[in-house]
Design a protein around this ligand. Structure first.
Ligand code: FES
Length: 118
């Protein structure tokens, strides 16, 4: 596993988000009232700006066609219409937030919740 620093713990306040690019991936770091999450910025449906979507509890709603994606595993409410969004494990190390670029769903130690709790 290779972890990449994407923010400081206090850089993204609750309710805020940060878009980062690492190794060709565009990711959205989201700070919700349930913690920090990391998901592909681009929607797997037709490439809408999923990372700019409205967050409602454990879901993010893509602004383009309003599909709902689970923040914990990237699954959506449209069955097999397309692949889930990529979601990524996070951990805190000191004041840094680190991400592991292997998709949580593909990870052998699949985390039930990728976000460090505060
Ligand atoms: S592009 Fe996101 S739901 Fe269609």
């Amino acid at each position: 596993m290779t972890w990449h620093r994407i923010a400081s713990l206090h850089e993204v306040e609750p309710g805020q988000r940060k878009v980062v690019q690492i190794e060709g991936k565009e990711l959205a770091l989201l700070h919700t009232d349930r913690g920090l999450w990391c998901i592909d910025f681009r929607c797997p449906h037709t490439g809408g700006p999923l990372g700019e979507g409205i967050i409602a509890e454990d879901e993010i709603i893509c602004p383009l066609h309003k599909w709902k994606f689970q923040l914990c595993d990237g699954t959506h409410n449209r069955g097999t219409a397309c692949e889930p969004a990529g979601v990524y494990q996070l951990r805190a190390e000191g004041d840094d937030v680190l991400v592991e670029l292997e998709n949580v769903k593909a990870s052998s130690d699949n985390a039930s919740h990728p976000a460090p709790r505060q």
